[in-house]
Write a protein that binds this ligand. Structure first.
Ligand SMILES: CC(C)(COP(=O)(O)OP(=O)(O)OC[C@H]1O[C@@H](n2cnc3c(N)ncnc32)[C@H](O)[C@@H]1OP(=O)(O)O)[C@@H](O)C(=O)NCCC(=O)NCCS
Length: 447
Protein backbone atom coordinates (compact mmCIF):
# COMPACT_ATOMS: atom_id res chain seq x y z
CA UNK A 1 0.00 0.00 0.00
CA UNK A 2 1.41 3.38 -0.95
CA UNK A 3 0.37 7.01 -0.69
CA UNK A 4 -0.54 6.91 -4.35
CA UNK A 5 -3.38 4.47 -3.67
CA UNK A 6 -6.67 6.27 -3.65
CA UNK A 7 -9.19 5.67 -0.91
CA UNK A 8 -12.03 3.61 -2.30
CA UNK A 9 -15.56 4.93 -2.26
CA UNK A 10 -17.01 1.52 -1.44
CA UNK A 11 -16.45 -1.49 0.74
CA UNK A 12 -13.61 -2.72 -1.46
CA UNK A 13 -10.25 -1.94 0.12
CA UNK A 14 -7.55 -1.55 -2.59
CA UNK A 15 -4.90 -2.42 0.00
CA UNK A 16 -6.61 -5.75 0.82
CA UNK A 17 -6.77 -6.63 -2.85
CA UNK A 18 -3.13 -5.59 -3.31
CA UNK A 19 -2.06 -7.90 -0.48
CA UNK A 20 -4.33 -10.83 -1.41
CA UNK A 21 -2.72 -14.13 -2.42
CA UNK A 22 -3.33 -15.52 -5.90
CA UNK A 23 -6.55 -17.44 -6.47
CA UNK A 24 -6.00 -20.99 -5.12
CA UNK A 25 -7.99 -22.62 -7.96
CA UNK A 26 -5.75 -21.17 -10.67
CA UNK A 27 -2.63 -21.72 -8.57
CA UNK A 28 -3.47 -25.45 -8.29
CA UNK A 29 -4.31 -25.76 -11.98
CA UNK A 30 -0.97 -24.27 -12.96
CA UNK A 31 0.91 -26.24 -10.29
CA UNK A 32 -0.48 -29.45 -11.84
CA UNK A 33 1.45 -28.53 -15.02
CA UNK A 34 4.66 -27.79 -13.09
CA UNK A 35 4.20 -23.99 -12.98
CA UNK A 36 4.28 -21.68 -9.98
CA UNK A 37 1.71 -18.81 -9.97
CA UNK A 38 2.56 -16.18 -7.38
CA UNK A 39 2.46 -12.51 -6.44
CA UNK A 40 5.77 -10.72 -7.06
CA UNK A 41 7.39 -8.63 -4.33
CA UNK A 42 7.20 -5.15 -5.80
CA UNK A 43 10.17 -3.91 -3.78
CA UNK A 44 12.31 -7.01 -4.27
CA UNK A 45 14.73 -8.12 -6.95
CA UNK A 46 12.07 -10.20 -8.77
CA UNK A 47 10.32 -7.05 -9.95
CA UNK A 48 12.98 -6.06 -12.52
CA UNK A 49 12.83 -9.51 -14.14
CA UNK A 50 9.02 -9.42 -14.09
CA UNK A 51 9.05 -5.99 -15.75
CA UNK A 52 11.53 -7.18 -18.36
CA UNK A 53 9.18 -10.00 -19.33
CA UNK A 54 6.24 -7.56 -19.64
CA UNK A 55 8.33 -5.35 -21.96
CA UNK A 56 9.41 -8.33 -24.08
CA UNK A 57 5.80 -9.56 -24.24
CA UNK A 58 4.77 -6.26 -25.84
CA UNK A 59 7.75 -6.41 -28.23
CA UNK A 60 9.68 -3.66 -26.44
CA UNK A 61 13.40 -3.25 -25.85
CA UNK A 62 15.14 -4.03 -22.55
CA UNK A 63 14.70 -1.24 -20.03
CA UNK A 64 17.57 0.64 -18.44
CA UNK A 65 18.09 0.60 -14.66
CA UNK A 66 16.83 4.21 -14.54
CA UNK A 67 13.64 3.22 -16.33
CA UNK A 68 13.09 0.20 -14.06
CA UNK A 69 13.51 2.41 -10.98
CA UNK A 70 11.06 4.98 -12.35
CA UNK A 71 8.46 2.35 -13.25
CA UNK A 72 8.87 0.62 -9.88
CA UNK A 73 8.12 3.91 -8.16
CA UNK A 74 5.07 4.83 -10.19
CA UNK A 75 3.52 1.34 -10.23
CA UNK A 76 3.61 0.66 -6.50
CA UNK A 77 -0.21 0.52 -6.41
CA UNK A 78 -0.28 -2.43 -8.85
CA UNK A 79 -0.32 -6.03 -7.73
CA UNK A 80 2.18 -7.78 -10.02
CA UNK A 81 1.69 -11.50 -10.51
CA UNK A 82 3.84 -13.98 -12.42
CA UNK A 83 3.87 -17.60 -13.51
CA UNK A 84 7.27 -19.27 -13.10
CA UNK A 85 8.77 -22.35 -14.74
CA UNK A 86 11.55 -23.67 -12.49
CA UNK A 87 12.86 -25.87 -15.32
CA UNK A 88 13.57 -22.92 -17.64
CA UNK A 89 17.19 -21.65 -17.94
CA UNK A 90 16.14 -18.17 -16.71
CA UNK A 91 14.05 -19.48 -13.83
CA UNK A 92 14.06 -16.09 -12.03
CA UNK A 93 12.10 -14.55 -14.90
CA UNK A 94 8.41 -15.42 -15.15
CA UNK A 95 6.96 -17.04 -18.26
CA UNK A 96 3.72 -15.08 -17.83
CA UNK A 97 2.71 -11.79 -16.19
CA UNK A 98 -0.36 -9.85 -15.14
CA UNK A 99 -0.91 -6.68 -13.08
CA UNK A 100 -4.07 -5.52 -11.36
CA UNK A 101 -5.30 -2.81 -9.02
CA UNK A 102 -8.57 -1.34 -7.78
CA UNK A 103 -9.63 1.91 -9.45
CA UNK A 104 -12.85 3.93 -9.52
CA UNK A 105 -14.80 3.60 -12.76
CA UNK A 106 -17.26 6.43 -13.48
CA UNK A 107 -20.71 5.10 -14.40
CA UNK A 108 -23.73 6.85 -15.97
CA UNK A 109 -25.03 9.41 -13.49
CA UNK A 110 -21.61 10.32 -12.07
CA UNK A 111 -21.16 7.67 -9.37
CA UNK A 112 -18.01 5.59 -9.31
CA UNK A 113 -17.62 1.89 -8.60
CA UNK A 114 -14.42 0.22 -7.50
CA UNK A 115 -13.25 -1.94 -10.36
CA UNK A 116 -10.37 -4.32 -10.83
CA UNK A 117 -8.16 -2.85 -13.56
CA UNK A 118 -6.06 -5.46 -15.35
CA UNK A 119 -2.93 -4.79 -17.39
CA UNK A 120 0.45 -6.26 -18.40
CA UNK A 121 -1.08 -9.58 -19.55
CA UNK A 122 1.69 -11.52 -21.29
CA UNK A 123 2.61 -15.14 -21.85
CA UNK A 124 6.05 -15.90 -23.27
CA UNK A 125 6.10 -17.21 -26.86
CA UNK A 126 7.80 -20.31 -25.46
CA UNK A 127 4.77 -21.10 -23.28
CA UNK A 128 1.85 -19.84 -25.38
CA UNK A 129 -1.45 -21.64 -26.06
CA UNK A 130 -1.27 -23.97 -23.07
CA UNK A 131 -3.99 -22.25 -21.09
CA UNK A 132 -1.70 -20.06 -18.95
CA UNK A 133 -3.43 -16.77 -19.82
CA UNK A 134 -6.81 -18.37 -19.18
CA UNK A 135 -5.68 -19.61 -15.76
CA UNK A 136 -4.31 -16.16 -14.83
CA UNK A 137 -7.36 -14.22 -16.03
CA UNK A 138 -9.81 -16.54 -14.36
CA UNK A 139 -7.61 -16.27 -11.26
CA UNK A 140 -7.55 -12.47 -11.25
CA UNK A 141 -11.32 -12.29 -11.77
CA UNK A 142 -11.87 -14.73 -8.90
CA UNK A 143 -9.51 -12.69 -6.68
CA UNK A 144 -11.32 -9.46 -7.61
CA UNK A 145 -14.73 -11.02 -6.90
CA UNK A 146 -13.45 -12.38 -3.58
CA UNK A 147 -12.29 -8.85 -2.65
CA UNK A 148 -15.80 -7.56 -3.40
CA UNK A 149 -15.04 -5.68 -6.63
CA UNK A 150 -18.28 -5.56 -8.66
CA UNK A 151 -16.47 -4.94 -11.94
CA UNK A 152 -13.25 -5.69 -13.81
CA UNK A 153 -11.90 -3.63 -16.71
CA UNK A 154 -9.05 -3.49 -19.19
CA UNK A 155 -7.80 -2.04 -22.46
CA UNK A 156 -6.63 -4.56 -25.04
CA UNK A 157 -3.94 -5.29 -27.63
CA UNK A 158 -6.30 -7.53 -29.63
CA UNK A 159 -10.10 -7.53 -29.71
CA UNK A 160 -10.32 -11.31 -29.84
CA UNK A 161 -8.87 -12.11 -26.42
CA UNK A 162 -11.28 -11.27 -23.63
CA UNK A 163 -14.90 -11.93 -24.67
CA UNK A 164 -14.48 -15.53 -23.57
CA UNK A 165 -14.07 -14.33 -19.96
CA UNK A 166 -17.16 -12.09 -20.11
CA UNK A 167 -15.49 -8.78 -21.02
CA UNK A 168 -16.96 -6.51 -23.67
CA UNK A 169 -16.05 -3.14 -25.18
CA UNK A 170 -18.27 -0.73 -23.24
CA UNK A 171 -16.68 2.56 -24.32
CA UNK A 172 -15.44 2.94 -27.88
CA UNK A 173 -12.84 5.51 -28.83
CA UNK A 174 -12.50 7.73 -31.88
CA UNK A 175 -9.35 8.84 -33.65
CA UNK A 176 -9.69 12.09 -35.60
CA UNK A 177 -7.69 13.43 -38.53
CA UNK A 178 -8.82 16.92 -39.46
CA UNK A 179 -7.87 18.57 -42.75
CA UNK A 180 -7.75 22.01 -41.18
CA UNK A 181 -7.22 23.79 -44.50
CA UNK A 182 -10.87 23.01 -45.34
CA UNK A 183 -12.34 23.10 -41.82
CA UNK A 184 -13.17 26.62 -40.80
CA UNK A 185 -14.42 27.25 -37.30
CA UNK A 186 -18.17 27.78 -36.85
CA UNK A 187 -18.28 27.00 -33.12
CA UNK A 188 -18.58 29.52 -30.30
CA UNK A 189 -15.78 31.98 -29.62
CA UNK A 190 -15.52 32.10 -25.82
CA UNK A 191 -14.50 35.27 -24.05
CA UNK A 192 -11.76 33.70 -21.92
CA UNK A 193 -8.13 33.37 -23.11
CA UNK A 194 -5.74 30.70 -24.33
CA UNK A 195 -2.12 30.98 -23.19
CA UNK A 196 1.01 28.86 -23.42
CA UNK A 197 2.14 27.20 -20.20
CA UNK A 198 5.19 25.15 -19.28
CA UNK A 199 5.06 21.38 -19.50
CA UNK A 200 5.28 21.19 -15.70
CA UNK A 201 2.32 23.55 -15.36
CA UNK A 202 0.38 21.49 -17.89
CA UNK A 203 1.06 18.29 -15.93
CA UNK A 204 -0.34 19.85 -12.74
CA UNK A 205 -3.41 21.16 -14.56
CA UNK A 206 -4.10 17.82 -16.22
CA UNK A 207 -4.06 16.12 -12.82
CA UNK A 208 -6.34 18.56 -11.03
CA UNK A 209 -8.82 19.12 -13.85
CA UNK A 210 -9.09 15.43 -14.79
CA UNK A 211 -9.86 14.50 -11.18
CA UNK A 212 -12.95 16.70 -11.45
CA UNK A 213 -13.84 16.08 -15.09
CA UNK A 214 -13.66 12.27 -15.00
CA UNK A 215 -16.69 12.17 -12.69
CA UNK A 216 -18.95 13.50 -15.43
CA UNK A 217 -17.91 10.98 -18.09
CA UNK A 218 -18.90 7.34 -17.81
CA UNK A 219 -16.00 5.06 -18.64
CA UNK A 220 -13.23 7.25 -17.21
CA UNK A 221 -10.91 6.10 -14.41
CA UNK A 222 -8.23 7.98 -12.44
CA UNK A 223 -4.90 8.39 -14.18
CA UNK A 224 -2.19 6.20 -12.66
CA UNK A 225 0.75 7.86 -10.89
CA UNK A 226 3.19 9.29 -13.41
CA UNK A 227 0.65 9.01 -16.23
CA UNK A 228 0.36 12.74 -16.89
CA UNK A 229 4.16 12.96 -17.02
CA UNK A 230 3.93 10.68 -20.03
CA UNK A 231 1.74 13.21 -21.84
CA UNK A 232 3.79 16.25 -20.90
CA UNK A 233 7.27 14.74 -21.24
CA UNK A 234 8.12 15.57 -17.64
CA UNK A 235 9.42 12.11 -16.66
CA UNK A 236 13.17 12.00 -15.95
CA UNK A 237 13.54 9.33 -18.65
CA UNK A 238 11.31 11.10 -21.20
CA UNK A 239 12.45 11.11 -24.81
CA UNK A 240 11.94 14.11 -27.13
CA UNK A 241 10.30 16.02 -24.28
CA UNK A 242 11.16 19.32 -25.92
CA UNK A 243 8.79 18.62 -28.81
CA UNK A 244 5.77 18.92 -26.53
CA UNK A 245 3.90 22.23 -26.27
CA UNK A 246 1.11 23.09 -23.86
CA UNK A 247 -1.68 25.65 -23.68
CA UNK A 248 -4.37 26.34 -21.13
CA UNK A 249 -7.75 28.07 -21.24
CA UNK A 250 -8.81 30.46 -18.48
CA UNK A 251 -12.38 31.76 -18.46
CA UNK A 252 -13.37 35.43 -18.21
CA UNK A 253 -13.06 35.22 -14.40
CA UNK A 254 -9.52 33.90 -14.68
CA UNK A 255 -10.41 30.32 -13.65
CA UNK A 256 -8.38 27.74 -15.54
CA UNK A 257 -10.87 25.35 -17.14
CA UNK A 258 -8.88 23.45 -19.70
CA UNK A 259 -5.44 22.41 -20.89
CA UNK A 260 -3.98 20.73 -23.96
CA UNK A 261 -0.60 19.26 -24.88
CA UNK A 262 0.52 18.72 -28.46
CA UNK A 263 3.44 18.09 -30.77
CA UNK A 264 4.16 19.50 -34.21
CA UNK A 265 5.80 17.65 -37.09
CA UNK A 266 7.15 19.91 -39.80
CA UNK A 267 6.63 19.18 -43.47
CA UNK A 268 9.98 19.80 -45.18
CA UNK A 269 8.42 19.69 -48.64
CA UNK A 270 5.86 22.39 -47.84
CA UNK A 271 6.38 24.65 -44.85
CA UNK A 272 2.65 25.51 -44.74
CA UNK A 273 1.62 21.89 -44.21
CA UNK A 274 2.92 20.79 -40.82
CA UNK A 275 0.90 18.29 -38.85
CA UNK A 276 -0.12 18.52 -35.21
CA UNK A 277 -0.82 15.67 -32.83
CA UNK A 278 -3.00 16.64 -29.89
CA UNK A 279 -1.68 14.35 -27.15
CA UNK A 280 -4.41 15.26 -24.70
CA UNK A 281 -7.11 17.92 -24.63
CA UNK A 282 -8.95 18.30 -21.36
CA UNK A 283 -11.82 20.73 -20.87
CA UNK A 284 -14.23 20.95 -17.98
CA UNK A 285 -16.52 23.55 -19.53
CA UNK A 286 -18.05 23.95 -22.98
CA UNK A 287 -16.13 27.21 -23.37
CA UNK A 288 -12.80 25.58 -22.61
CA UNK A 289 -13.60 22.83 -25.11
CA UNK A 290 -14.48 25.31 -27.85
CA UNK A 291 -11.52 27.61 -27.18
CA UNK A 292 -8.93 24.82 -27.16
CA UNK A 293 -10.24 23.07 -30.28
CA UNK A 294 -10.48 26.41 -32.08
CA UNK A 295 -6.82 27.01 -31.20
CA UNK A 296 -5.88 23.79 -33.03
CA UNK A 297 -8.22 24.19 -35.99
CA UNK A 298 -6.91 27.71 -36.68
CA UNK A 299 -3.15 27.12 -36.26
CA UNK A 300 -1.09 28.72 -39.02
CA UNK A 301 1.30 26.60 -41.12
CA UNK A 302 -0.63 23.43 -40.20
CA UNK A 303 -2.53 21.19 -42.64
CA UNK A 304 -3.59 18.31 -40.43
CA UNK A 305 -4.58 17.92 -36.78
CA UNK A 306 -4.77 14.43 -35.28
CA UNK A 307 -6.13 13.31 -31.91
CA UNK A 308 -6.98 9.94 -30.41
CA UNK A 309 -9.01 8.36 -27.60
CA UNK A 310 -11.81 10.87 -28.20
CA UNK A 311 -15.51 10.27 -27.66
CA UNK A 312 -17.54 8.76 -30.49
CA UNK A 313 -19.88 11.75 -30.11
CA UNK A 314 -17.59 14.80 -30.05
CA UNK A 315 -19.30 18.23 -30.15
CA UNK A 316 -16.31 19.19 -32.34
CA UNK A 317 -18.10 17.69 -35.36
CA UNK A 318 -20.70 20.49 -35.03
CA UNK A 319 -18.07 23.21 -34.75
CA UNK A 320 -16.54 22.66 -38.20
CA UNK A 321 -17.88 24.27 -41.35
CA UNK A 322 -17.14 21.10 -43.31
CA UNK A 323 -17.81 17.85 -41.43
CA UNK A 324 -15.99 15.86 -44.12
CA UNK A 325 -12.81 17.68 -43.22
CA UNK A 326 -12.64 15.19 -40.36
CA UNK A 327 -11.90 11.53 -40.89
CA UNK A 328 -12.97 9.61 -37.80
CA UNK A 329 -11.99 6.03 -37.05
CA UNK A 330 -13.79 4.21 -34.25
CA UNK A 331 -12.29 1.36 -32.22
CA UNK A 332 -13.17 -0.77 -29.18
CA UNK A 333 -11.32 0.67 -26.18
CA UNK A 334 -12.55 0.39 -22.57
CA UNK A 335 -13.59 -3.20 -21.81
CA UNK A 336 -15.61 -3.95 -18.70
CA UNK A 337 -16.80 -7.17 -17.08
CA UNK A 338 -19.53 -7.15 -14.45
CA UNK A 339 -18.75 -9.43 -11.51
CA UNK A 340 -21.70 -8.45 -9.29
CA UNK A 341 -24.97 -7.66 -11.11
CA UNK A 342 -26.72 -6.10 -8.12
CA UNK A 343 -23.86 -3.81 -7.07
CA UNK A 344 -23.05 -2.77 -10.65
CA UNK A 345 -26.61 -2.01 -11.78
CA UNK A 346 -27.54 -0.23 -8.56
CA UNK A 347 -24.51 2.06 -8.92
CA UNK A 348 -25.49 3.57 -12.28
CA UNK A 349 -28.38 5.86 -13.19
CA UNK A 350 -30.70 4.64 -15.96
CA UNK A 351 -32.25 6.59 -18.80
CA UNK A 352 -35.89 5.68 -18.17
CA UNK A 353 -38.12 3.75 -15.76
CA UNK A 354 -38.96 0.10 -16.36
CA UNK A 355 -39.02 -3.41 -14.98
CA UNK A 356 -36.99 -6.20 -16.47
CA UNK A 357 -36.07 -9.79 -15.76
CA UNK A 358 -32.47 -10.30 -16.84
CA UNK A 359 -31.61 -13.92 -17.56
CA UNK A 360 -27.82 -13.76 -17.44
CA UNK A 361 -25.47 -16.45 -18.74
CA UNK A 362 -21.91 -16.24 -17.40
CA UNK A 363 -19.16 -18.57 -18.70
CA UNK A 364 -17.34 -18.26 -15.35
CA UNK A 365 -20.44 -18.42 -13.15
CA UNK A 366 -19.93 -15.13 -11.25
CA UNK A 367 -23.26 -13.60 -12.31
CA UNK A 368 -25.33 -16.49 -13.68
CA UNK A 369 -29.02 -16.34 -12.88
CA UNK A 370 -32.28 -14.42 -13.23
CA UNK A 371 -32.27 -10.88 -11.88
CA UNK A 372 -35.23 -8.56 -11.40
CA UNK A 373 -34.28 -4.94 -12.21
CA UNK A 374 -36.78 -2.24 -11.24
CA UNK A 375 -35.94 1.31 -12.32
CA UNK A 376 -37.91 4.22 -10.89
CA UNK A 377 -38.74 7.57 -12.48
CA UNK A 378 -35.47 9.04 -11.22
CA UNK A 379 -33.47 6.38 -13.02
CA UNK A 380 -32.46 4.60 -9.80
CA UNK A 381 -32.41 0.82 -10.09
CA UNK A 382 -32.91 -1.89 -7.50
CA UNK A 383 -31.92 -5.46 -8.21
CA UNK A 384 -32.98 -8.71 -6.58
CA UNK A 385 -32.89 -12.34 -7.52
CA UNK A 386 -35.91 -12.97 -9.77
CA UNK A 387 -37.94 -15.82 -8.42
CA UNK A 388 -40.90 -17.37 -10.15
CA UNK A 389 -43.28 -14.62 -9.01
CA UNK A 390 -41.50 -11.80 -10.84
CA UNK A 391 -44.21 -9.44 -12.16
CA UNK A 392 -45.76 -10.63 -15.39
CA UNK A 393 -45.24 -7.21 -16.97
CA UNK A 394 -41.48 -7.23 -16.40
CA UNK A 395 -39.76 -7.30 -19.79
CA UNK A 396 -37.61 -10.44 -20.24
CA UNK A 397 -34.05 -9.91 -21.46
CA UNK A 398 -31.86 -12.97 -22.01
CA UNK A 399 -28.21 -12.14 -22.52
CA UNK A 400 -24.65 -13.08 -21.68
CA UNK A 401 -22.64 -11.20 -19.10
CA UNK A 402 -20.51 -9.78 -21.95
CA UNK A 403 -23.61 -8.22 -23.52
CA UNK A 404 -24.82 -6.81 -20.19
CA UNK A 405 -21.33 -5.40 -19.65
CA UNK A 406 -21.30 -3.92 -23.18
CA UNK A 407 -24.55 -2.04 -22.49
CA UNK A 408 -23.66 -1.07 -18.93
CA UNK A 409 -22.07 2.32 -19.63
CA UNK A 410 -24.68 3.25 -22.24
CA UNK A 411 -22.22 2.88 -25.11
CA UNK A 412 -24.32 0.48 -27.14
CA UNK A 413 -28.10 0.21 -27.27
CA UNK A 414 -29.78 -3.01 -26.14
CA UNK A 415 -31.82 -2.65 -29.36
CA UNK A 416 -28.61 -2.79 -31.38
CA UNK A 417 -27.45 -5.87 -29.50
CA UNK A 418 -30.87 -7.47 -30.04
CA UNK A 419 -30.69 -6.73 -33.77
CA UNK A 420 -27.24 -8.32 -33.79
CA UNK A 421 -28.66 -11.47 -32.24
CA UNK A 422 -26.65 -10.96 -29.04
CA UNK A 423 -29.68 -10.28 -26.80
CA UNK A 424 -33.19 -11.79 -26.75
CA UNK A 425 -36.04 -9.63 -25.51
CA UNK A 426 -39.70 -8.97 -26.22
CA UNK A 427 -39.31 -5.18 -25.98
CA UNK A 428 -35.96 -3.98 -27.26
CA UNK A 429 -37.15 -0.36 -27.39
CA UNK A 430 -38.06 -0.28 -23.69
CA UNK A 431 -34.79 -1.96 -22.75
CA UNK A 432 -32.86 0.48 -24.94
CA UNK A 433 -34.55 3.50 -23.31
CA UNK A 434 -33.78 2.28 -19.80
CA UNK A 435 -30.18 1.19 -20.40
CA UNK A 436 -29.44 4.17 -22.65
CA UNK A 437 -27.62 7.30 -21.53
CA UNK A 438 -27.57 10.77 -23.05
CA UNK A 439 -23.81 11.03 -23.51
CA UNK A 440 -21.43 8.48 -24.97
CA UNK A 441 -19.03 6.86 -22.50
CA UNK A 442 -15.37 7.54 -23.04
CA UNK A 443 -11.98 6.54 -21.67
CA UNK A 444 -9.39 9.13 -22.67
CA UNK A 445 -6.21 7.04 -22.24
CA UNK A 446 -4.84 3.48 -22.16
CA UNK A 447 -3.83 1.56 -19.07
C1 LIG B 1 -2.50 -13.07 -25.69
C2 LIG B 1 -1.67 -14.01 -24.81
C3 LIG B 1 -1.59 -13.44 -23.41
C4 LIG B 1 -2.37 -15.36 -24.78
O1 LIG B 1 -1.69 -16.21 -23.87
P1 LIG B 1 -1.84 -17.81 -23.97
O2 LIG B 1 -1.32 -18.38 -22.69
O3 LIG B 1 -1.27 -18.29 -25.24
O4 LIG B 1 -3.42 -18.01 -24.00
P2 LIG B 1 -4.20 -19.33 -23.56
O5 LIG B 1 -3.45 -20.53 -24.05
O6 LIG B 1 -4.51 -19.31 -22.12
O7 LIG B 1 -5.51 -19.16 -24.40
C5 LIG B 1 -6.74 -18.81 -23.78
C6 LIG B 1 -7.77 -18.67 -24.85
O8 LIG B 1 -7.49 -17.52 -25.65
C7 LIG B 1 -7.35 -17.90 -27.02
N1 LIG B 1 -6.30 -17.06 -27.57
C8 LIG B 1 -5.07 -16.91 -27.10
N2 LIG B 1 -4.40 -16.00 -27.84
C9 LIG B 1 -5.25 -15.56 -28.78
C10 LIG B 1 -5.15 -14.61 -29.82
N3 LIG B 1 -4.02 -13.90 -30.05
N4 LIG B 1 -6.24 -14.40 -30.59
C11 LIG B 1 -7.39 -15.10 -30.37
N5 LIG B 1 -7.53 -16.00 -29.38
C12 LIG B 1 -6.47 -16.22 -28.59
C13 LIG B 1 -7.00 -19.37 -27.00
O9 LIG B 1 -7.37 -19.99 -28.20
C14 LIG B 1 -7.78 -19.86 -25.81
O10 LIG B 1 -9.14 -20.03 -26.17
P3 LIG B 1 -10.12 -20.99 -25.33
O11 LIG B 1 -9.54 -21.17 -23.96
O12 LIG B 1 -11.40 -20.24 -25.30
O13 LIG B 1 -10.17 -22.26 -26.10
C15 LIG B 1 -0.24 -14.17 -25.38
O14 LIG B 1 -0.33 -14.66 -26.71
C16 LIG B 1 0.57 -12.91 -25.40
O15 LIG B 1 1.32 -12.64 -24.46
N6 LIG B 1 0.48 -12.07 -26.47
C17 LIG B 1 1.31 -10.87 -26.62
C18 LIG B 1 0.97 -9.78 -25.56
C19 LIG B 1 -0.50 -9.41 -25.59
O16 LIG B 1 -1.06 -9.06 -26.63
N7 LIG B 1 -1.14 -9.48 -24.41
C20 LIG B 1 -2.52 -9.10 -24.24
C21 LIG B 1 -2.53 -7.68 -23.74
S1 LIG B 1 -4.14 -6.98 -23.66
Amino acid sequence: MTDSMQASTSAVDPADFFAAPVDPGSRDRLAATGLDYRVVDHDGSDFAAWLGVVGRGFLGEERTDTQVAAIRERSAHRRSTGVYDSTAPMADAPVATIASWIADLTVPGGAVIPSCAISAVTVSPTHRRRGIARAMLEGELAAAAAAGAPMAMLTVSESTLYGRYGFAPAALSAEWRIDVKRASWIGPIPDGRVDFVTREQARELLGTIHDRRRLSTAGEIPMQPGGWDGYTGTRPDAEKAGSKRAVRYADADGEVRGVAVYTVTENHDDFTKASVHVGYLLAETDDAYAALWRFFVELDLVAEVRAGELSVDEPLRWMLSDQRAATVTVMDHQYVRILDVKAALEARTFGAAGEFVLDVADPLGHTTGRWLLRVDGEGRGTVSRADDDAPAWAVPIALGIAELSAAYLGGVSIATLAAAGRVKTTDAAAAARTFGWHTAPRLSFWY
